[in-house]
Design a protein around this ligand. Sequence first.
Ligand code: ADP
Ligand code: MG
Length: 425
Amino acid sequence: MNYQKKTVYDVDVKGKKVLLRCDFNVPQDKQTGAITDDKRIRAALPTIRYLLEQGAAVIACSHLGKPNATFDAYVKKQVEKGKKPEELTEADWQKSNKKLSLAPVAVRLSELLGIPVAMAADTVGPDAQAKAAALKPGELLLLENTRFEKGETKNDPAFAKALAGLAGADGVYVSDAFGTVHRAHASTAGVADYLPAVSGLLIQKELEIMGGALENPKRPFVAILGGAKVSDKIGVINNLLEKADTIIIGGGMAYTFIKAMGHNVGTSLLEADKVDYAKEMLEKAAQKGVMLLLPVDTAIHDKFENTDKFLTVDTAMMPDGYMGLDIGPKSVRLFTEAIRGAGTVIWNGPMGVFEFPAFAEGTKAIARALAESDAITIVGGGDSAAAVEQLGFADKMTHISTGGGASLEFLEGKVLPGVACLLDK
Ligand code: ADP
Ligand code: MG
């Protein structure tokens, strides 16, 4: 995939209307609907400010949660949850969708930007059309949840055209919702058929840093993979074997590889149906001359719980009845040594069950090694990013990717529809 895409810096938006796709999919309090974390709203501010300063009228849009775009879809989901169809009314459906209105986001945006933010009552309906038509340079309008429209997830051309139409004949589309670029939806990809499409500042950074690491990494290029499931990251391992100099595998997914090497893994996390695949990957690494490092020692316990009474054993000597819950100190030394010499490090997935303090040491040590390294350091994956933030190392990383699923597909080398649709440089 080509990562060299035009950005907001490459287009003239003065006096034009810009349709801006943001990621305002914020967590909310179940009871009150209050926004519990506005990180994603803050992340969108640089692009919004830039566009407003350039004299654009900005029409922002986003999805929020998973509303039901039709009454039928609502009934189907409720029936799956055990409700009776005759008890369900259109009013209930409207009420449940109302909870996923972007109106609270408009309020927060206005507070953060210090300017009024107009909120449309619909996505492409009469209110959105009237407000978009009246919008002046330097003003900001937020459309209602794109997933209120059934054409959104279906990437329906008619809906994409209506959305693009709000920006008018000389409008521009700016994509800045990295978390959804792996989805071909109307607001993330379809609209690019009707408007010149460029990236915002968030996506630009993702493409520059992650694209740069995959296409032309500063070497040695070290990839660290962890987390719970091999099956989640098969594509990533396979793609990175083509690009990296060293691959480090820790966390729960390591045991499928340890098993593939012929060792006992006790009651550790094991994907028995992926052992053959792990063998293939070990062989591929050897053929390609990629160094593949696995934990040489492991913190084990007989139950899945936090405890001070865990044991540490050589990974090749795991006893029956015990499970590996973290990498041991020898592995930490081995892995940090590899990180120390690196030019680029990509990290995805914790080294152990870091939610239990006793088994967070491996993950902490790797986070610290990245923080202390002079290499380009990139962290992807929700749990690894959360671990880095909790430890206070976030500002020591070159880049923390904002999209979990999207960053995995990026590392897999897949075509991302929301990126592919943007104009090439
Ligand atoms: P990310 O979100 O960074 O991509 P994953 O979602 O793939 O990471 O994996 C994170 C999960 O992996 C965590 O909940 C963690 O507890 C779990 N995990 C890590 N090591 C182990 C292990 N040895 N056994 C069981 N689960 C593990
Ligand atoms: Mg996760």
